[in-house]
Ligand binder design. Structure first.
Ligand code: NAI
Ligand SMILES: Cc1ncc(C=O)c(C(=O)O)c1O
Length: 309
């Protein structure tokens, strides 16, 4: 592909898809979005104005490029400069889809995955044109969190990475180039280290779940939004870090499997907000209220950090 991306196809409209569609549209990229589930298409269409309202509140006002929804993959990818894949985190599902996409698009069309951490080399291995594939990892909620990781696999062409990074910048996001295709990339390696320790602390009865969230959100979370971990090391003092790390690192969770609490809830179909019960149960109307309230607070924090509050 040569030149700027102006038309995107979005495949998969679950948790991530609708916000991505809104963000691309507001960034001037026309979107045709598809999903195999009619209910997902309906939900995404209903979510679009809500996500656009969040973009307005962020001060990202302006004309929206067209965002269309279709049940047809062929219609979605027709004429697209880039296909953004957002289907479940499963290698078999993703690679089967790439086969179908490659049969429909010319070799220069970019294909990117929003995978949370499957190495891009594993995803691109069966492609006829693996050089046009990269990782484009958004963060949830994708229309509000302004950073996107860009990852190349073994066969990704430098021009593909340049085009994806240029798209990220063009829609007003910060591209973070991940230099090695490691599982989980950067964001989720950090997040999952936190999640593993958090689950271990709650499981061991060290702290109640709500109190852990207070500790992380108002302690390290609030601070890390302003001072990243590498900068925080200098702020704390490397002597202090060295002393603490010398006894604490060996105490931290190093479990290799998924915590039993998560396995138990997963087996019971309790997946979180999307099933109205996960680690907590949500009363009727609570999911919409919480989602709206969190969006409002995230927007306020982002505007304060950007100095536009
Ligand atoms: N949920 C999150 O917080 C984040 C997820 N991701 C990643 O983004 C991807 C999507 O995640 P979610 O939106 O959470 O998943 P989801 O499970 O909420 O949605 C996936 C959607 O893909 C559709 N789908 C499945 N197979 C399809 C196919 N062959 N063609 C078209 N549509 C198909 C499903 O019907 C569903 O609507 C995953 O790789 C995930 O790891 C990335 C960042 C954050
Ligand atoms: C639990 C969890 N897992 C993956 C991701 C992103 O890939 C997120 C997120 O973006 O918030 C997450 O919360």
């Amino acid at each position: 592909m040569s030149g700027a991306v102006t038309r995107a196809a979005l495949v998969g409209l679950g948790t991530m898809g609708p916000g991505i569609a809104a963000a691309l549209g507001r960034g001037g990229v026309a979107v045709t979005a598809t999903d195999t589930l009619p209910t997902a298409l309906e939900r995404a269409e209903a979510m679009l104005p809500i996500a656009r309202g969040a973009l307005d509140a962020l001060g990202r006002t302006g004309e929206d490029a067209a965002v269309r929804f279709t049940p047809s993959l062929a219609e979605a990818v027709e004429g697209a400069d880039i296909v953004i894949e957002n289907v479940p985190e499963d290698v078999a599902i993703k690679t089967a889809l790439y086969g179908a996409i490659e049969a429909l698009v010319p070799p220069e069309t970019l294909i990117v995955s929003d995978t949370s951490g499957i190495p891009i080399s594993d995803l691109q291995v069966g492609l006829a044109h693996p050089e046009r594939m990269a990782g484009m990892h958004w963060s949830n909620p994708p229309h509000i969190v302004p950073m996107i990781e860009v990852i190349g696999g073994k066969a990704t062409a430098p021009a593909t990475l340049a085009a994806v990074s240029a798209l990220v910048s063009a829609i007003g996001y910060l591209p973070v180039r991940v230099k090695k295709d490691v599982p989980g990339f950067v964001e989720n390696r950090i997040l999952y280290a936190i999640m593993r320790e958090a689950l271990d602390l709650v499981d061991a009865g060290v702290v109640e779940a709500d109190a852990l969230d207070t500790c992380v959100s108002w302690g390290i979370g609030y601070k890390l939004a302003v001072v990243g971990p590498m900068a925080l090391l200098d702020m704390a003092g490397l002597d202090i870090y060295r002393s603490v790390a010398s006894f604490l690192n060996k105490e931290l969770s190093d479990r290799k499997d998924v915590a039993p609490l998560i396995e138990e809830r997963f087996a019971a179909g309790k997946l979180g907000l999307k099933t109205e019960e996960g680690l907590k149960a949500y009363a009727s109307g609570e999911v919409a209220r919480l989602t709206g309230e969190r969006a409002k607070r995230l927007i306020a924090v982002r505007r304060a950090l950007e100095g536009t509050a």
